[in-house]
Design a protein around this ligand. Structure first.
Ligand code: XMP
Ligand code: MG
Length: 184
């Protein structure tokens, strides 16, 4: 899927494929340096983090393992409540592991602070977070995010794993939707 397939649905491209690629290369280099000599467990949060995981992991030179979690946060479609339910748990024992959570976007930060506490209770050596996108509200919460791709404005974005009603995840860029898509 690309710009031409969006018809009138695309409002604007916020981050191009090239911008995302360049930033992920930088983040991977930082991760390689920070964890030199260690072996990482990357934990992807389904489903939005699939693209970030695929591209970021392939830029990391250290040995890694990958595992996945699916969580749902209760609340309305666009606001998260901080009450989280595990839909799919990890298959990996975290004892003594260096864990890096890979996320697509942090908005209120509530989902992630819950996840962080949950994973930290499982005896890992360390737990850090890498996210492609962060909205301003998240910067206010006490979630320490080690690797941030881009700080973006508080508008709803799609593409590169992010959906609106499960659509647009396979856009290679991050963009915003025209108001009529939301029924406006
Ligand atoms: P928190 O708990 O940080 O929740 O508020 C983060 C989750 O909210 C979703 N989210 C978005 N999804 N475009 C999306 O497609 C957005 O702009 C957006 N903002 C937040 C997403 O599921 C994320 O994991
Ligand atoms: Mg998500």
């Amino acid at each position: 899927m690309d710009v031409q397939d969006m018809g009138q649905d695309l409002e604007k491209v916020l981050l191009s494929k090239e911008q995302i690629d360049t930033r992920l290369t930088e983040m991977a280099a930082e991760i390689d340096a920070d964890y030199a000599g260690r072996e990482l467990l990357l934990v992807g949060v389904l489903r939005g983090a699939v693209m970030v995981m695929a591209d970021l992991s392939r830029k990391i030179h250290l040995p890694i393992e990958m595992d996945w979690m699916a969580v749902s946060s209760y609340g309305s479609g666009t606001k998260s409540s901080g009450v989280v339910r595990i839909l799919k748990d990890l298959d990996t024992d975290l004892h003594g592991r260096d864990v890096l959570i890979v996320e697509d976007i942090i908005d209120s930060g509530l989902t992630l602070s819950w996840l962080l506490a949950n994973l930290r209770s499982r005896g890992p050596a360390s737990v850090e977070i890498a996210t492609l996108l962060r909205k301003p509200e998240a910067a206010k919460v006490a979630v320490d995010v080690r690797y941030v791709g881009f700080d973006i404005a508080p508008e709803f974005v799609v593409g590169y794993g992010l959906d609106y009603a499960e659509r647009y995840r396979h856009l290679p860029f991050v963009g915003t939707l025209a108001p009529h898509v939301y029924g406006g």
